[in-house]
Design a binder for this molecule. Structure first.
Ligand code: SAM
Length: 285
C-alpha cells in the first residue's frame, strides 16, 4: 500500500463513522449500547407472550413471538429469507412481516395454511411471504421450496427455523406424516433428521439455524428429546453456536387446578415439572 492510499483510508476528523454491520445481521457492534432490546443471556425468562404486531394466541403448540424477534434480529438482515419447516400458526411469518424479512413457511395441515395465508397482508403474500402446504420430510417439498427461491432470485435461505412437535406430547393432526404421529422415538428422530437435512441443504453456508425443542416424560422416565435432536443436528453437519434455556410459563394455557395435580404427581413420582425448553442456535459451516 502506498502512503497516499493509507492516508485516503484514514477517517477524516469529524467524518461520520461508517456502520460496521455483522456479516449476518444489521447489528453494528460498535453501537452495542443501543441494543438493550436484544438479549445476549442464555436464560430467557419471558414474562408474557408478545401479543402486539398481529400475533394472536389461539394455537396450542405455537412458540412465543419473542423467539422469532430475538433470533431474526440477531441472525438475519432486513430482506433476508427465513425458512420455517414447521410453520404451525405462522408466528415466524407474522414476525417476518413486522421485521421486514422475507419468509418461506411449510406446514402439513391444509387448514392452518389457509389461516396463516389470511393473516398475511395481500401485498406481501406470494411475493415476500410464501406459505406452502406440504410434508417437510419429503425431497419433493424441498424442491418446491427451491422453486420458490428461484422466483426470489437466490438458491439459499439465510435462516432456518425448526420447531417440530415434541414427538407425541401434543397430537397436531391425524395425518400419518405428522411427526407427532411417529410410531416411536426412533421414527420421530429419523423424520426430524430428514427435515433438518433438507433445511441444511437449503441454508446458505455460514448462516444460522434455530431449533426450538423440549423434553418429555414417558412411562415414568425422562425422554430427553432435545438431546437426541441435538445429536441428529450434529450428525447432519450443523455446528453448535448456543443453547438458550427458555422458561415455558408463557406457553401454558389453563394452569390452575391442573398445576396442583402435577405438583402431587411430581412429589409422589420423584420427578420435576418441566418449566423450560431449549432454543438451540446452529451454524452451517
Ligand atoms: C410445534 S408446532 C410449530 C408451531 C409454530 N412454531 C408456531 O409458532 O405456530 C409443529 C407443527 O409442525 C407441523 N408438522 C408436523 N409434521 C409435519 C411435517 N411432516 N411437515 C410439515 N409440518 C409438520 C404440525 O402440524 C404443527 O403445526
Amino acid at each position: 500500500m502506498t502512503r497516499g492510499e493509507s492516508e485516503h483510508r484514514r477517517p477524516r476528523p469529524g467524518a461520520k463513522r461508517r456502520p460496521k454491520r455483522l456479516p449476518y445481521s444489521d447489528i453494528d457492534p460498535s453501537r452495542w449500547r443501543e441494543y438493550d432490546h436484544i438479549w445476549t443471556d442464555s436464560l430467557w425468562l419471558i414474562e408474557a407472550r408478545d401479543r402486539s404486531g398481529g400475533h394472536r394466541f389461539d394455537y396450542h403448540g405455537n412458540f412465543v413471538p419473542q423467539i422469532a424477534t430475538q433470533t431474526f434480529l440477531r441472525y438475519t438482515r432486513e430482506d433476508d429469507i427465513v425458512l420455517d419447516l414447521f410453520l404451525g400458526a405462522g408466528t415466524s411469518a407474522i414476525e417476518a412481516v413486522r421485521l421486514k424479512r422475507r419468509l418461506i413457511g411449510v406446514e402439513l395441515q391444509p387448514d392452518l395454511v389457509g389461516t396463516v395465508r389470511d393473516r398475511i397482508p395481500p401485498t406481501l403474500l406470494d411475493s415476500r411471504i410464501h406459505i406452502l402446504q406440504g410434508d417437510s420430510t419429503l425431497a419433493a417439498t424441498s424442491d418446491r421450496v427451491r422453486g420458490v427461491l428461484a422466483t426470489m432470485g437466490t438458491p439459499h435461505v439465510q435462516l432456518l427455523v425448526l420447531h417440530p412437535p415434541y414427538h407425541d406430547i401434543i397430537p397436531f393432526s391425524s395425518d400419518p406424516a405428522d411427526l407427532s404421529n411417529a410410531p416411536n422415538l426412533e421414527a420421530f428422530l429419523d423424520r426430524f433428521e430428514a427435515v433438518a437435512r433438507h433445511g441444511f441443504d437449503l441454508l446458505a453456508p455460514g448462516r444460522f439455524a434455530v431449533l426450538v425443542i423440549g423434553d418429555k416424560y414417558a412411562r415414568g422416565e425422562l425422554v430427553p428429546l432435545s438431546f437426541y435432536c441435538l445429536e441428529r443436528m450434529q450428525a447432519i453437519g450443523f455446528r453448535p453456536k448456543a443453547i438458550v434455556v427458555k422458561d415455558i410459563t408463557g406457553n401454558e394455557i389453563g394452569k390452575g387446578r391442573a398445576s396442583n395435580l402435577w405438583r402431587y404427581r411430581a412429589l409422589a413420582g420423584g420427578f420435576y415439572i418441566f418449566k423450560h425448553e431449549y432454543v438451540m442456535i446452529w451454524r452451517k459451516p
